[in-house]
Write a protein that binds this ligand. Structure first.
Ligand code: NAD
Length: 542
């Protein structure tokens, strides 16, 4: 205790290549086989204990939905109340534990993942969420490691932020945990978000009730194993998969609900905010509300841009992980003068992308997450095929017989406000609008005003004046703005991630700003020479 520790300096975790012949490829393959040959039972984890309700759902592979990977138990209201009790029970001990002990748990999670548990979590992410090896690696291994290593470092900076003191007094800031529990609600698309939503508040001394997504249960359960292996005390993070509406109702009716850490779609977040508002007099404190939500991410191309860079940004930005990244490029604005030269190579490249099972490493794309997502994406494609305002120029093939496969699809819209230019589709679909070159200025206005979101966006241009002008014009259009690069692939510590408007509270998970939301500071003033008489000098006679 008698020391002021510094955390290890964080650096981004190197990305393994999984090239043929590499040891990581062999290890991942054998882990994929192992996980494919078993059907595991996923309990709730409440106060460190496994709880089985008998009310189970099947966890399947999206690319082979007949294959069951696990049976997962679902929490009901009783179990959610139990989880809240267990979290509150350990609140005092965990929040009073020294910060270096708390972040040490998460540094250990990072090291376990960097080494012996890497293949297991990557394989679970591949099989359960239908990611290829590279997409799983940058998510389940590298991003989680980065979240926790950088998180420990940022926590140290926050705790070190202390006030000045006048002579005779000593002022201190104490960064208390929130008084109550944090409700973490995670999406299916990133294992790393599952780790960070309960993990970041826990680093700062909070306890949480975590409701994972049904679409990520296998990897998320293995995360709980990792937290336990790293020494996280029971009850700090409680794992309660269950019916989202039912679980949320119990949580938000509880007076000790102190914060929401959410990532998912905009409508769900808005419904949470409304419920919290309606219940505001129930709570002991004003709950912190952090939500990172949907996007309609753009690529705006100026006539001076490099054609090959634009083509690659569209293909990678729109189709990696089947377009199921909140940052995925889903609308692009192409100048007429470039379109003739871009069209054929773009169609050819898109049509050449291989799609299929995650265990065939030559597949660039895999399946979309579930039937509901498949039906929604297919409906947008079918409507575009039938519309006079749009044309499907490549892709559009949908087949759900074995897995939920949708081929990478490009739509050209004749109307810049056509529905697929505005709505978040969350699948391998991008819509292009071809604009007259002289309307660049008007196009920037369109980019800014077309959708309710402001998450990510990219501009492509060579002319520096154009770059400066567009950067200013699109100041509020994206929380992550890219110049001559695709709008996906943000890295912790390098491009803190998050958007504004309908895309969220922009608290930048993985950064210091997010961690600050999970503390409530107490100012302490200690007086070494307290006044002993009440009169001030000005009260004396002249
Ligand atoms: P989703 O909104 O369907 O689900 C997210 C979580 O909310 C899940 O745990 C789900 O069970 C729960 N949920 C769903 N409906 C609910 C309800 N009515 N009441 C209570 N809980 C409910 O989102 P998803 O399909 O898992 O993920 C995709 C969405 O997440 C996209 O909109 C994407 O843009 C967004 N996303 C945003 C970011 C970001 O950083 N901005 C990152 C990843 C994903």
């Amino acid at each position: 205790m008698n020391g002021i520790p510094s955390t290890p300096s964080p650096v981004n975790e190197p990305i393994f290549s999984y090239a043929p012949g590499s040891p990581e490829r062999a290890e991942l393959r054998s882990e994929l086989t192992r996980q494919t040959e078993q059907v595991i039972d996923i309990p709730l984890i409440i106060g460190g204990q496994e709880v089985r309700t008998g009310n189970t759902i099947d966890v399947v592979m999206p690319h082979n939905h007949g294959h069951v990977l696990a049976k997962a138990h679902m929490a009901g209201p009783k179990e959610v109340r139990h989880a809240i009790e267990e979290a509150n029970k350990v609140h005092r001990e965990w929040s009073m534990m020294s910060w270096e002990d708390r972040v040490a748990v998460f540094l250990k999670v990072a090291d376990l993942l960097a080494g012996p548990r890497r293949a297991k979590l990557n394989a679970a992410t591949m099989l359960g969420q239908s990611k290829n090896a590279y997409q799983a690696e940058i998510d389940a291994a590298c991003e989680i490691i980065d979240f926790f290593r950088f998180g420990a470092h940022f926590a140290e900076i926050i705790y070190g932020e202390q006030p000045i003191s006048d002579p005779g007094i000593w002022n201190r800031a104490e960064y208390r945990a929130l008084e109550g529990f944090v409700y973490a609600v995670s999406p299916f698309n990133f294992t790393a978000i599952g780790a960070n939503l309960p993990g970041a508040p826990a680093m700062m001394g909070n306890v949480s009730v975590w409701k994972p997504s049904h679409g990520a249960l296998l990897s998320n359960y293995y995360l709980m194993e990792l937290f336990d292996e790293a020494g996280l005390p029971p009850g700090v993070i409680n794992f309660v998969p269950g019916d989202p509406v039912e679980v949320t109702k119990v949580v938000m009716d509880d007076q000790t609900f102190a914060g929401l850490h959410f990532t998912g779609s905009t409508d769900v977040f808005r419904s949470f905010w409304k419920t919290i508002g309606n219940n505001i007099s129930t709570y002991r404190s004003y709950p912190r509300i952090v939500g990172e939500t949907g996007g309609k991410d753009f690529i705006a191309v100026h006539p001076s841009a490099d054609l090959a860079a634009v083509k690659t940004a569209i293909v990678r930005g729109a189709f990696e992980y089947q377009g199921q990244k909140c940052s995925a490029a889903s609308r692009a604005y192409i100048p007429e003068s470039m379109w003739d030269a871009l069209k054929d190579p773009l169609i050819a490249e898109t049509a050449s992308l291989k799609m299929g099972d995650v265990q065939d490493f030559s597949n660039f794309l895999n399946a979309v997450i579930d039937r509901k997502a498949y039906d929604k994406i297919k409906r947008y494609i079918d409507d575009a095929e039938a519309s006079a305002d749009a044309e499907v120029i490549v892709g559009g093939h949908c087949d759900a017989s074995t897995g939920y496969f949708i081929s990478p699809t490009i739509i050209v819209a004749r109307d810049p406000n056509y529905v697929t230019m505005c709505d978040e589709i969350f699948g391998p679909v991008i819509t292009l609008y071809i604009y007259p070159d002289e309307e660049w200025e008007k196009t920037l206005e369109l980019v800014d005003s077309t959708s309710q979101y402001a998450l990510t966006g990219a501009i492509f241009a060579k002319d520096r004046r154009v770059i400066r002008h567009a950067t200013n014009a699109l100041c509020h259009s994206a929380g992550n703005f890219y110049i001559n690069d695709k709008p996906t692939g943000a890295v912790v510590g390098q491009q803190p991630f998050g958007g504004s408007r309908g895309s969220g509270t922009n608290d930048k998970p993985g950064s210091m700003f997010n961690l600050l939301r999970w503390v409530s500071s107490r100012s302490i003033k200690e007086n070494f020479v307290p006044a002993t008489e009440y009169p001030y000098p000005f009260l004396s006679d002249d």
